[in-house]
Design a protein around this ligand. Sequence first.
Ligand code: ARG
Length: 459
Amino acid sequence: MTKLWGGRFEKHPEQWVDEFAASIGFDQSLAVVDITGSLAHAKMLYKCKILTSEEYSVIESGLLVLKKRAENQELIFKTEYEDIHLNIEKLLIEEIGPIGGKLHTARSRNDQVATDLHLHVKKQTLSVISHITSLQTTLLKLAKQHVETIVPGYTHLQRAQPVSFAHHVMAYFWMLKRDKERFTDSLKRTDISPLGAGALAGTTFPIDRKMTQDELGFSDLYPNSLDAVSDRDFAIEFCSNASLLMMHLSRFCEELILWSSQEFQFVEISDSYSTGSSMMPQKKNPDMAELIRGKSGRVYGSLMHLLTIMKGLPLAYNKDMQEDKEPVFDTIETITGCLSIFNGMMKEITINTGKMKEAVNKDYSNATELADYLAKKGMPFREAHEITGKVVFSCIQKGIYLLDVPIEEYKAYSPLFEEDVYHDLLPETAAGKRNSEGGTGFDAVRDQLKLAEETLLEL
Ligand code: ARG
């Protein structure tokens, strides 16, 4: 098999060595962007008079034929040709003859592969952003239906204060907003053209890098050819943003798993997003939520994978960098899948408002209200906290709740207590009246929902 780079070699690696070096097994998914990059490069070569118009039209039509076949997944690649770039070049030469060999003038696989990855990550970043927006839309819709649904709020996984269920759901909406901002920001550094950097040092051919930049829709170009071919920051940023996104989805999944347990029964995940047990007939397992939680591991792994590949590399291109693709591709597939599944699961989830209400009626999460009641009447909060602690302690011993304590008993703790204390102790007051900005009070939550709606239109 003749290698496209075979001139200075006396003998060639054996097949198993070739297989070790090859990336075609995975970089073939860059086929379409690779040809797109070649089309832009060929056009520039022609405009800069490096190719004649006849040469360009033959190369262009050959590339267009290959592009169509690539889109239809009809191209057949060979391990002997190592990677997608050499495979396409070989196919082009087969298609149009030796003139196809002119395409690689003033270009190296090093700036070519960087260009392909930039184009791919850019496209996928935009798609991830729109997936996040769809999920936010679903969460906002769910939240709107549950402004006045009260659920226990936790710290340390201990009942803390009752909150609006909408408020809880919206916490994730804002995490997703930050995720989207991060992807939007890293897009700026992805949207840069390395093409024309050559192998590492540029070229003596009179190329026009701005032309290929514009042709490929990049908003800028790398000002340094060494940096252009050896930068993978944008891929690392993508995986880093993806890791934070997965951390958020994983936390939400953890809550859904807890909430759908027999112990909580706050939600029921639809049958379409659950699975059964092969042995225990009663089981309905939240497998999708567990898988999303679990898949955060592989995304974090990809981030570490890329950081580790890059950490000791001297300038400029090194073959180590061929190892960058699989973690990036895997991350794209994983987060896109997780976002779609999570979105579908949330669209079909059943919220057991009754169970949530039952929970807040049978706990001490309104204790802060009792302390605040006394503090509002002038008692120093520390003192009010101490008295409330004593009331709670005595209730626990008697097996009753704060709303069950008779007024005479309250008065014995402090003469500041009056009948209106029972109103303050209601979960509807405790959750519904915390209207400080960003609080769980129903009015504050309604303001939050309005803000969220505006935010969705922005990005
Ligand atoms: N398959 C290679 C990669 O993915 C393409 C660039 C190879 N360049 C080279 N000089 N060996 O990184």
